[in-house]
Design a binder for this molecule. Structure first.
Ligand SMILES: Nc1nc2c(ncn2[C@@H]2O[C@H](COP(=O)(O)OP(=O)(O)OP(=O)(O)O)[C@@H](O)[C@H]2O)c(=O)[nH]1
Length: 176
């Protein structure tokens, strides 16, 4: 199965107060950490919702600022056009993709549903969901397509504020 790995990297970072994707941790940006987390599991990587240097950028669809699902919809359409079978998505605050997620799509991490594995065939269903569900909830979409919620022992960071970033070291696997 050919997978495109995408970092969903749009949004407003309003709680963080500055561009969260470019915040630094252990000497590199969160966006770079997220790309590194995806690479072992995918055939190619891209960033959705912004340009990102050497890494291909994908536009949200059908419009920007619809939240993570607008990014995922753009990614699914792009991945289908490029001949991939599935999209492995993550947020900018992802340091690692648990192996438990790499099963049969569609599935997502129960604790962090933007981290998920989605067949490209869901692009149409997601576009329809975006057109009809005003909340544009990732969990709501996942439930609507019968996606499996995957549990993982590995804690996932959820960085919304600078204080969350300051606590990020605790999520390193070798952290005491
Ligand atoms: N492509 C894309 N990604 C998004 C969009 N909104 C949020 N994201 C990404 O989805 C993930 C989760 O986003 P949140 O932290 O909930 O939202 P946010 O807009 O970044 O932050 P807040 O303004 O504080 O809610 C992050 O990786 C964001 O970069 C969007 O409209 N398009």
């Amino acid at each position: 199965m050919s997978r495109l790995g995408v970092v969903l990297a749009g949004g407003r970072s309003s709680r963080f107060g500055s561009d969260k994707a470019l915040a630094r941790f252990e000497g590199r940006t969160l966006l770079d950490h997220a790309l590194a987390a995806l690479r072992p599991h995918v055939d190619a990587v891209a960033v959705v919702g912004r340009a990102a240097g050497d890494v291909p950028g994908i536009a949200d669809w059908p419009a920007p600022d619809l939240g993570p699902l607008g990014g995922l919809c753009g990614a699914l359409r792009h991945a289908a056009a490029e001949g991939h079978d599935a999209v492995l998505s993550c947020s900018v605050d992802c340091l690692d993709v648990p192996a438990a997620l790499l099963t049969t799509p569609p599935c997502y991490l129960a604790a962090q549903p933007v981290i998920g594995l989605w067949p490209v065939s869901l692009a149409g269903a997601l576009a329809a969901f975006l057109a009809t569900d005003p909340r544009r909830s990732v969990r709501g979409f996942a439930a609507s397509v019968g996606a499996t919620a995957v549990e993982s022992d590995q804690p996932q960071p959820n960085i919304n504020t600078p204080a969350d970033l300051a606590a990020l070291g605790a999520f390193r696997p070798d952290a005491g």
